[in-house]
Design a protein around this ligand. Structure first.
Ligand code: ATP
Ligand SMILES: Nc1ccn([C@@H]2O[C@H](COP(=O)(O)O)[C@@H](O)[C@H]2O)c(=O)n1
Length: 233
């Protein structure tokens, strides 16, 4: 049985970097669920130009999802994402993919498909636990996870952290893109409010190491008995 640590939060709240470090500290796997939506957006865009690559067209997205040879590493020290033979680890972070991903993520058939994949990846991970991060992990993907955390930070702090990462780009444009994506995503999933039983970790006043420590504290304060996976297996 694999223990699930579920972490949700808005863009730039530190979900991926903090979850990866928490997974390392615990000897757990790390599952980045946003990578699946990003890789599907990349896959649609890779179909060329014109209607066939329109990520805002639900039929196009569903068709692409039906032939989507997706693979991801759960090793926090060897992270990669592939679509077929293509290593898309870096490509899915490109602004053109980031700008297109919310369109893909609002298709409910796609969400159902990738949620099943996430549960299977955790179940088959062969690890004692997996830290799973995204937007709807605490509520939809693994509502019965052993530990459920909403990782937040003030919008201006998240924007500043993302800008620091993308030092060559205009800070205002980076902040605007981040808030635009949150606004689009929050019409599909509520990742700004903690559901019942979800612990909030607000990193606004914390540095990276303190945030990792705060998450580890929540985990150790919670009974770490492995729970059955959401689908009962
Ligand atoms: N507590 C913190 N203090 C300072 N910097 C932080 C903190 N947490 C995360 N960061 C930094 O903020 C940036 C954004 O973090 P990260 O990419 O992990 O966010 P995210 O929530 O996964 O974002 P997205 O949803 O857009 O992928 C990274 O550069 C990360 O190192
Ligand atoms: N559980 C999730 C995770 C992600 N998304 C969508 O994917 C986009 C990219 O996510 P990142 O964490 O890599 O930034 C995100 O903007 C959402 O559109 C999701 O819907 N559910």
């Amino acid at each position: 049985m694999t223990l699930t640590i579920a972490i949700d939060g808005p863009a730039g709240s530190g979900k991926s970097s903090v979850s990866k470090q928490v997974a390392r500290a615990l000897g757990y796997g790390y599952l980045d669920t946003g990578a699946a939506y990003r890789a599907l957006a990349w896959h649609v865009l890779a179909r060329g130009t014109g209607a066939a690559s329109d990520t805002a067209d639900e039929a196009v997205v569903v068709a692409a999802a039906s032939e989507f040879p997706y693979a991801i590493s759960l090793d926090p020290d060897d992270y990669w994402v592939r679509v077929g033979q293509a290593d898309v680890t870096a490509a899915i972070r490109e602004p053109r993919v980031t700008a297109a991903v919310s369109g893909v993520a609002r298709v409910s058939a796609v969400r159902a498909q990738v949620n099943e994949l996430f549960r299977r990846l955790v179940r088959d991970s062969g690890r004692p636990g997996v830290v799973v991060e995204g937007r709807d992990i605490t509520t939809v993907v693994a509502p019965d996870a052993a530990v459920r955390i909403l990782l937040t930070a003030a919008p201006e702090v998240r924007a500043a952290r993302r800008s620091a990462e993308l030092s060559g780009e205009d800070a205002h444009a980076v902040a605007a893109a981040l808030h635009r994506r949150d606004a689009a995503d929050s019409t599909v999933v509520d990742f700004l409010t903690a559901a019942d039983g979800v612990t909030v970790v607000d990193s606004t006043e914390l540095d990276f190491a303190q945030t990792v420590e705060a998450v580890l504290d929540v985990i150790s304060a919670t009974d770490p008995t492995p729970q059955e996976n959401h689908d009962g297996r």
